[in-house]
Design a protein around this ligand. Structure first.
Ligand code: ADP
Ligand code: F6P
Length: 324
């Protein structure tokens, strides 16, 4: 028989993402409407270990649906990978009367949730990352805002790039995952899109492409480079030396992680937050909320973490073809 849930906790972990606040709001308000108390845990697993735990009411989440960042704060807490530290985390949950926990974050945060579940705390994860790199779900909270922010910035760089007939390398976030690069590359009509999953380090092919495009009369050449490949500034210098075309690097950086969440991020965050609160209140544990084939669903964390996600070949090829 599943244990009765009286109080749940909620935390955000890993890199922040626009829409996390909308998810926190949904968790808090849905749990309260289910008759369950809610506690907010600050700064992810670090705040749990430091017992930075506050009571949350409906009003605690007023006026946050539209804001970027996370009102709870977030952290990367490497010591939470240690089994004895995880057991201490579960003990702290019990001490504060927390029977279940919603963890908003990425794959790494799910592993922490899985560890707490092993230690007797019911847990449910919600996909919160701008990277879209969680295999079990077609959507992660923050991705839509990040790509729209990046897209608008790239449009601006393109204007000046065309005016000066320059080549521009624009670096977008994604250490291991190229989804932001792929989506903005296609949406901004980039001439080259470099993804960590795909790039073969054949810089000569890029140089040839720039020269060919210039011969065809293109006034700009936009290269979207993912953070995981990096080295945009030195790449720009080499490309300029090889092509004779002025080449500049722009690193978009953290502006992609902030700002008001888009409607899409607020909507997904609200539904996923409410869904997580509901299944936790029903006594489910070791689950993650996901969006697949037009439905909100949940998976076992183990199963979710064993899934693999790949860059779609067709989309990648199309991205290259359309800008020729
Ligand atoms: P994300 O959740 O976005 O993937 P990280 O990989 O940085 O981001 O993970 C966020 C946090 O989750 C880590 O700082 C750590 O506290 C926790 N975490 C990551 N990996 C594990 C693990 N293997 N076991 C327990 N906790 C983990
Ligand atoms: O996971 C989100 C993300 O912004 C990645 O795109 C990026 O590689 C990473 O976080 C950067 O993390 P940090 O701010 O901890 O260096």
């Amino acid at each position: 028989m599943s244990k009765e849930i009286k109080t749940i906790g909620v935390l955000t972990s890993g890199g922040d993402a626009p829409g996390m606040n909308a998810a926190i709001r949904a968790v808090v308000r849905k749990a309260i409407s289910n008759g369950v108390k809610v506690k907010g845990i600050k700064k992810g697993y670090l705040g749990l270990l430091n017992e930075e735990i506050v009571d949350m009411e409906r009003k605690s989440v007023s006026d946050i649906i539209q804001t970027g960042g996370t009102i709870l704060g977030t952290a990367r807490c490497l010591e939470f990978k240690e089994p004895e530290v995880q057991a201490r985390g579960a003990e702290i949950c019990r001490k504060h009367g927390i029977d279940g926990l919603v963890v908003i974050g990425g794959d790494g945060s799910y592993r922490g949730a899985q560890a707490l579940a092993r230690n007797g705390i019911n847990t449910v994860g919600i996909p919160g990352t701008i990277d879209l790199d969680i295999a079990c779900t077609e959507y992660t909270i923050g991705f839509d805002t990040a790509i729209n922010t990046a897209m608008e910035a790239i449009d601006k760089v393109r204007d000046t790039s065309s005016s000066h007939e320059r080549c521009s390398i624009i670096e977008v976030m994604g250490r291991d995952a190229g989804y932001i690069a792929l989506w903005t590359g296609v949406a901004n009509g980039a001439e080259d899109i470099l993804l960590p999953e795909k790039y073969d380090y054949n810089e000569q092919a890029i140089i040839n492409n720039i020269i060919e495009n210039r011969k065809r009369g293109k006034t700009h050449h936009i290269i979207i480079n993912a953070e995981g490949i990096g080295h945009s500034t030195s790449m720009a210098k080499r490309i300029e030396a090889a092509t004779g075309i002025e080449t500049r690097a722009t690193i978009l950086g953290y502006l992609q992680r902030g700002g008001h969440p888009t409607c899409k991020d607020r909507f997904y965050a609200s539904i996923m937050g409410a869904y997580a609160a509901d299944i936790l209140c029903q006594g489910k544990s070791n689950r993650v909320v996901a969006y697949t084939h037009g439905e909100f669903v949940d998976f076992d964390i183990e199963e979710a973490l064993s899934m693999k996600k790949y860059i779609n070949e067709y989309q990648y090829e199309i991205g290259k073809r359309l800008s020729q």
